[in-house]
Structures are given as C-alpha cells and as structure tokens.
Ligand binder design. Structure first.
Ligand code: NAD
Length: 493
C-alpha cells in the first residue's frame, strides 16, 4: 500500500459534468487535497459530452466545491490540476485524443503512469468505455490502473455477468473498484470495529443471545428526476441488492483472520452464500413490496408515485421493500434479519437495531410489565453513533426498573462531521485498498438472491399504491414481524 507522500495518479473522470461529480466527487477530491491526502502529483481529466474548454471546466469545478464542499485558501491551486476533454464514448478517435492528453499530463505531473478511470455516467456505457480504454491503449501503462465504477452493476444476474465479462477484458478483478457508497459511511465501517474490538459484544453476537436484527434505510424524498431509471429498477434492485445486503453481510460475517481485503471479502461472501434462497410462493412470506400514494409531508401535499413525472400511470414498480433474511449457518440459524427501505417515508434515517434475547428469568418489573430487551442501535445517518439500551434500577424503588440509553455520537467526540463517504472511497482507491468496494462474487450472489424475488414480483400485478407518502410503509411490513412475535423499533429510538 502506498503512503501519503508518494500517492500520485491521473484521474480520468467520465461523466465530469454530471450530478454525482458535481455534488460529491469534486468536493471530496478537494477535501483530500486540503488535508494533504492528495499530493501535488495528481491531475484530473474531465470527460463528458458537453463542449467545454479547460477554463470552463475549472469554473465548473470551482462552483461545485464552493457550493457543496468546504472552501479553503488553496482552491485555485487545486483547480489548476483539472483538464477537460469533450468526448464521445463510442468513438475511437476520442480515446486517441484522450491518450495524447493523458500521456502529456503523465509527464508534466510525474504520475508514474498511475491511472484511475472513474465511470460516473450512465451504466449503459460501462462496458463500452472499459473495452475502448484497452483497445485504444489507455490501459497500457507502466503504473497502476484502476477502474472505479458506479452502481448499478447490471440489472439482474445475467446482465451483471455480461457487464463483468466486458470489464474484465480490460481490467483484472483486483483492479476493479465497484462503488457501494454505503461502504464508505463511517458507521457502516464501524460495524466491524464495534463487533471485533469489543470483548462484550462478540461473545453475544449469535443466535444464543440475539433475537433479531433490523436494518432500516428510509428516505423522505420521492423519485425526483430519476423516474426513467428508477421505474425499471425499483427498491429491490436500487437498494436491497447492494446497500442492504452489504450491511447484512457485515453484521453477520465471521471475524476475519486478518484485516485484509481478501480475508474480509471472503467472510462476507460466506454470509451471502449462506443466505436462505427465497423463491416462488415463499416470496410472499418473506418479502413485502410497497408503492407510495399521495400524502402530506411537512404540511404539504405530495403526489403519488404514479403521478410523478415520467412514471407510467399503471407502474408496478415498488418504492418500498421489507424483507426477512435467514442465514443458514451455526451462528445465525433461527435469527431473522429484517430489512426495510423506501421512498417518501416519514423520516430520513439509516439505522441498525440489534435486539438481544430476554433474560432467562425476570426478577424485576418495569411499571408492572416486562423488562425492555437490551438493544444495540447503530445510527448510520443522518446521526452517526451508537446507543446501548439497558435496564437500571428506578430511583427510590426496590424492584422497579427503568430503561436508559448509553449514547455515543461521532459528532460529540470529534466535534466535526465525519468525512463524506466518497472522500474515503476515493482515498482508498488512491491507496489501492479495495476492502470497501464490492467484489464480483458479492455482486453475483446478491443478484442471484434478488432475481428470485424480482421474478415473482414482475409477473404479478401489485395492488398499488399501498402506503401513504409520509408513513413508514404498508401495513404488511408490520405484519411481517408481528407473525414472528416482533415489531419494528422506531427508527430514532
Ligand atoms: P448524470 O446524468 O447527471 O451525468 C451523466 C454524465 O455522463 C454527464 O457528464 C454526461 O455529459 C456524461 N455522458 C452522457 N452520455 C455521454 C456520452 N455518450 N459520451 C460521453 N459522456 C457522456 O448522471 P449522475 O447522476 O452523475 O450519475 C452517474 C452515475 O453515478 C450513474 O451510474 C448513477 O447511477 C451513479 N450514481 C449517482 C448518484 C448521484 O447522487 N447522482 C449516486 C449514486 C450513484
């Protein structure tokens, strides 16, 4: 792994005028530069369709950093490293011109032939770009070459295999960095530390002491401008195949023998292999889909999904999924992992709740009823931290108890917001650390699981809409847990 001092690379950014680049990538790169994690030996070539010269492009980047990032004194110095090339992804001539520019910058900035190709553009181009990079000589370099690729990686297993084949014709598996930006989030990265660096949790982290685990990722926004993509994808492909299954595999994996990319990934893969497949009629028992109808949010009426721009009036696409995963191995047999995710829900929140089993015999009472179970809550966003729910003696009473929360918030300790996920992932990629990116085996196993559910849902017309915008999803999502004797804990618990 390279150290901070000698990190040098050319970053070739396809989709340089896109939304992701503007909101996330330039501010994140600038943060790395500002903090000294990106040396002066770097250059960024922005590639997109719209005609722009270097000057216009630099204005674009400056505007992005000042609008979405943190400004500091050396912004102009940072921006002087940016170059622009107007490009057509299907045209070999464009790549040849790009190669000339890249070779020149390699020399100017002493980049040692190191190249990161970042595809922040529509997935339909991923295969074409990767093949052209090889055919037109851009991957022919003495330094490292890495491909960073945004989601979605395919639409189902078959299309993912096809895409992977094309990408692998130009890059080896360990040169491919498949982004799942949840893996860049501070508290998602913290799951492993909480589990494997605390003697009090790991002995309890199994089916003898845990009754169920709940993962919620709720959004308040609707489909916004993404309807053309989203209506073909739905929540199961957009959220469950990647982010939700990644979180579950981090929660359920065995301790790796070492903290290396290969060892960690191999433990995550084992979890995905142990997932009990849900097929055919069983889909109705294990998964619930929903689509939002109109509702009131913050006092304002918002439209139903089917009334959003570019959504068909009879859309069968789910904007909400709740599901139950069972992991058939020694550690987890019998422990349900519930997940739910959706748009236009009551609150914006991602959190994980680990519910411990009840104690064997209750000697106390809490207001005349049973004790609260112990909960470990991992707050992923917008708050970042953990809360441990315990029962303590109620002051002044002999047998009475009261629940208390032990809180840790990253803000209260560090005093600042933690770095944006993209900043961490870009830094990892520059250092050649692929741990927080998704390996092909994980992608393939996740699609195999999700395809079984999509197949059933695609072939049956759903009774949509079935939840009001501003609620926590359809009633059936509550019943999914009720029939197992559980309930969803409130997200901000
Ligand atoms: P966008 O539509 O805003 O931008 C697309 C970019 O691709 C533009 O710069 C455009 O010029 C370029 N482009 C399009 N066709 C081209 C062609 N033929 N030749 C050369 N360049 C071309 O898209 P986006 O929202 O920035 O998303 C990019 C990728 O990132 C997608 O895979 C998306 O799923 C993923 N993603 C986006 C976000 C986000 O917050 N926007 C979040 C997660 C993942």
């Amino acid at each position: 792994m390279k150290t901070r001092e000698n990190l040098s690379s050319l970053i070739l950014l396809f989709g340089a005028t896109g939304d992701l680049a503007k909101r996330k990538l330039y501010p994140s790169l600038y943060n790395l530069f500002r903090k000294g994690n990106l040396s002066n030996r770097f250059a960024v070539v922005g590639v997109a369709r719209r005609l722009k010269d270097d000057g216009e492009f630099r204005n674009w980047v400056r505007d992005s950093v000042t609008t979405f990032g943190e400004k500091a004194d050396n912004l102009e110095e940072f921006i002087s490293h940016f170059y622009y090339q107007s490009h057509d992804v299907n045209d070999s001539e464009s790549y040849k011109q790009l190669k000339e520019l890249v070779d020149r910058l390699d020399h100017t900035y002493q980049l040692e032939g190191n190249r990161i190709f970042y595809l922040a553009m529509s997935p339909e181009f991923f295969g074409t770009v990767a093949e052209h990079l090889r055919e037109d000589g851009l991957t022919n370099t003495n330094g490292f070459k890495r491909l960073v690729i945004e989601k979605p990686f395919g639409h189902d297993l078959a299309s993912a295999i096809e895409l992977n084949k094309r990408i692998r014709s130009a890059f080896k598996e360990d040169e491919v960095y498949r982004i799942d930006h949840y893996l860049g989030k501070e508290m998602v990265q913290n799951i492993e530390v909480i589990r494997f660096a605390n003697a009090i949790f790991e002995p309890l982290w199994n089916n003898r002491y845990i009754s169920n685990i709940q993962v919620t990722s709720s959004e308040t926004l609707g489909v916004e401008e993404r309807a053309r993509y989203y209506d073909k994808s739905g929540a199961i492909r957009d959220m469950v195949q990647n982010h939700m299954l990644q979180i579950v595999s981090l929660l359920a994996m065995e301790p790796p023998i070492r903290l290396t990319t290969d060892e960690i990934r191999s433990e995550k893969v084992k979890v995905l292999r142990a997932l009990r497949p849900v097929e055919g009629e069983a889909v109705h028992d294990y998964f619930v889909r929903g689509q939002y109808g109109e509702g009131i949010m913050n006092g304002t009426k918002v439209p139903a999904y089917r009334d959003e721009p570019n959504v068909p009036k009879d859309s069968n696409t789910e904007t909400f999924v709740a599901g139950k995963f069972l992991i058939d191995n020694f550690r987890w047999a019998g422990v349900p992992f519930y997940i739910r995710t959706g748009k236009r829900m009551a609150t914006k929140s991602t959190n994980i709740i680990v519910q411990f089993k009840d104690i064997p015999m209750n000697l106390y009472y809490k207001n005349g009823s049973t004790l609260n179970p112990n909960l470990l809550v991992i707050h992923v966003q917008p708050d970042e931290g953990i809360t441990l729910h315990l029962n303590v003696k109620k002051t002044g009473e002999v047998l009475g108890t009261t629940p208390v929360k032990l809180n840790f918030s990253t803000k209260s300790i560090d005093g600042i917001n933690t770095p944006e996920a993209y900043e961490k992932l870009l830094y990892d990629c520059l250092r050649g650390d692929a741990t927080n990116f998704t390996h092909w085996d994980e992608v393939a196993l996740s699609w195999r699981f999700v395809d079984n559910i999509s197949e059933v849902w695609t072939n049956e017309q759903a009774d949509f809409p079935n939840y009001a915008a501003g609620s926590m999803g359809p009633k059936a999502a509550e019943e999914l847990l009720e029939k197992d004797g559980f309930f969803w804990w409130p997200v901000n618990f």
